[in-house]
Design a binder for this molecule. Structure first.
Ligand code: DAT
Ligand code: MG
Length: 150
């Protein structure tokens, strides 16, 4: 079982695509463990994207992610980190496979709609940056209609 951080970024909210994005993860069979509308502070944006500090696009990236609320979500399931990355598609929508979120809905690398953690270590780090432990909820196994066997 893995958990990964998904962000519907400001362009997803501006374009009214949050429902579409959440629905894709639900339909694929990943479970929502946390979900909230929030503003990203400059400090949180810089920490979240710190691997990119110093790159030419860093300041624009931080500025953009802080301009408008985002929807932050934690989804869980077996292999959730890689599965979510595949569903999101390549960073540049021009290279993203049709059927992926960026490949179906995105057109620009700076407005590529969604973030997904890229490794076990980054998922753990990013989930804890965006969610407190008590904001992440489990499910009752006995009445669980989830598609994966336990
Ligand atoms: P990903 O979001 O696929 O994990 P990343 O971690 O390499 O991609 O970069 C984080 C974000 O930074 C990415 O979603 C969009 C932006 N970005 C990356 N490379 C860029 C570039 N060359 N020009 C503009 N924005 C870029
Ligand atoms: Mg990344």
């Amino acid at each position: 079982m893995e958990r990964t951080l998904i962000l519907a970024k400001p362009d997803a909210l501006q374009r009214g695509l949050v429902g579409e994005i959440v629905a894709r993860f639900e339909r694929r069979g990943l479970r929502i463990a946390g979900l909230k509308l929030m503003r990203v502070s400059t400090a949180l944006a810089q920490e979240h994207y710190k691997e990119h500090a110093g790159k030419p696009f860093f300041n624009g990236l931080v500025e953009y992610i802080t301009t408008c609320p985002i929807v932050a979500m934690v989804v869980e399931g077996p292999g959730a980190i890689e599965l979510a990355r595949t569903m999101i598609g390549a960073t540049n929508p021009a290279n993203a496979a049709p059927g992926s979120i960026r490949g179906d809905l995105g057109a620009s690398i700076g407005r590529n709609l969604v973030h997904g953690s890229d490794s076990t270590a980054s998922a753990a780090r990013e989930v804890s940056l965006f969610f407190k432990a008590d904001e992440l909820l489990g499910y009752e196994r006995a009445s669980d209609p989830w598609i994966f066997e336990s």
